[in-house]
Design a protein around this ligand. Structure first.
Ligand SMILES: *Cc1c(COP(=O)(O)O)cnc(C)c1O
Length: 388
């Protein structure tokens, strides 16, 4: 007798693989260069708290990076004491929360800097800020032409500790000339600051591609995201370090039926069986983050062999053509992403089939899909309570 519904789909996270990747990245860095582990977007779908706690316990990350205040506060509330850089913007009203939770805040506007300075005056410690500079990303940051003046202005607030100066690469995986221009602009700014006797201990520019492909972009710290989760930041490119994917996405065959040739499958009847075959229904759909763009394009693995997704992916289900292959039955394990004996479906495969990038594929797996955490032998301690 079960007392609770059994999960129809779940994600398995190999935290040990994340640690291995973090150590592999570290070996690429100069001894004085710090590693900031980017854990935004629920740690790229791997689970914010588990990933952060594991990295902290293994002492392999010097800091954590998140996109939002909400994520930073969640990490603090969970007891994490590592420095946490909130890389995304806040509004001035939120400044007291940065102080209360001892977060480090990226700053690029004066109203936010002023609010942080005021919030810090009310507390006993200065607030650490990292000045964000736009050298070509066109998103969040002081335009590089104005950054020196901004740094001079920021330095006047004794309650703010200008710990960092950073920029973000827009084309590191695609355009070397563009990237070199961004790095040159940042290098010039760093030199200008030093000439003005503004010494900022943590200068950083590199994301995963930056740190793997541009050694000169490392400065004092690197911000590693996708590589930490074991995936090359550029499809088809083999990075100079061994990376192990840490996430697998699984389900089970919910229903299996034999159908004659000409049977329409799913909404819109976009697929008709060409021959008598067997169709398996898998209880995963776009509500779980399995993109509808995988309709008639995706593949899953059943019993160590790939099977095509046929017809439209629906909100909670997808169908695959199993053919005559023996051994498949209701309850058979299905791998949507990950290794299944000889068959491996990578995040790159899923991303290519659905016309996106592995970043979106991974963080698109909704938080409602339970995460199971494999034991971490190297840490010799129990992981957090498993999600199931
Ligand atoms: C997401 C993000 C990163 C990490 O990028 P990856 O390509 O995943 O390594 C680094 N820096 C900033 C500012 C980011 O937003």
């Amino acid at each position: 007798m079960v007392t609770q519904p059994l999960p129809v789909t779940w994600v398995e996270v190999d935290l040990e693989a994340i640690l291995r990747n973090a150590h592999a990245i570290r070996r690429r860095l100069a001894p004085t260069t710090q590693l900031l582990a980017v854990v935004k977007a629920n740690a790229y779908g791997h689970g914010l708290l588990h990933v952060a706690e594991t990295l902290a316990a293994a002492r392999v990350a010097d800091a954590l990076g998140v996109a939002s205040l909400t994520e930073g506060i969640a990490l603090r509330n969970h007891g994490l004491t590592l420095p946490i850089l909130v890389m995304g913007p806040i509004v001035p009203e939120e400044a007291p929360l940065v102080a209360r939770h001892r977060l480090t805040q990226a700053v690029c506007t004066r109203p936010v800097a002023l609010a942080l300075a005021r919030a810090a005056q009310r507390g006993k410690d200065p607030i650490r800020v990292h000045l964000k500079v736009d050298t070509g990303m066109g998103r969040y940051g002081v335009p590089h032409q104005e950054a020196l003046a901004f740094a001079r202005w920021l330095r006047r607030f004794p309650s703010l500790l200008m710990e960092g100066l950073f920029t973000h690469l827009a084309c590191a995986d695609a355009d070397a000339a563009f990237t070199q221009r961004q790095l040159a602009l940042f290098r010039r700014l760093v030199a200008d600051c030093e000439r003005s006797a503004i010494y900022i201990p943590q200068k950083h520019a590199a994301n995963s591609m930056g740190l793997l492909a541009y050694p000169e972009a490392q400065w004092d710290l690197v911000r590693a995201g996708l590589a930490l989760y074991g995936i090359s930041p550029k499809a088809g490119w083999t990075p100079p370090v061994v990376l192990t994917p840490a996430l697998a996405w699984k389900s089970r065959v919910a229903l299996l039926k034999s159908v004659p040739a000409g049977t329409p499958i799913s909404y819109g009847a976009t697929y008709r069986t060409a021959r008598p075959t067997r169709i398996a229904t898998i209880p995963v759909g776009y509500a779980h983050g399995y993109s509808r763009r995988l309709s008639n394009r995706g593949q899953v693995s059943v019993g160590g062999r790939r099977a095509p997704v046929v017809g439209r992916v629906t909100m909670d289900h997808l169908m695959v053509d199993i053919g005559a292959r023996p051994g498949v039955q209701v309850g058979s394990p299905v791998t949507l992403l990950g290794r299944d004996r000889a068959a491996t479906i990578t995040a790159d495969h899923l991303a290519a089939w659905s016309g996106t990038i592995p970043y979106e594929t991974l963080c698109g797996i909704t938080p409602a899909v339970p995460r199971r955490y494999l034991p971490i032998p190297s840490l010799r301690r129990a992981p957090l309570a498993t999600a199931l």
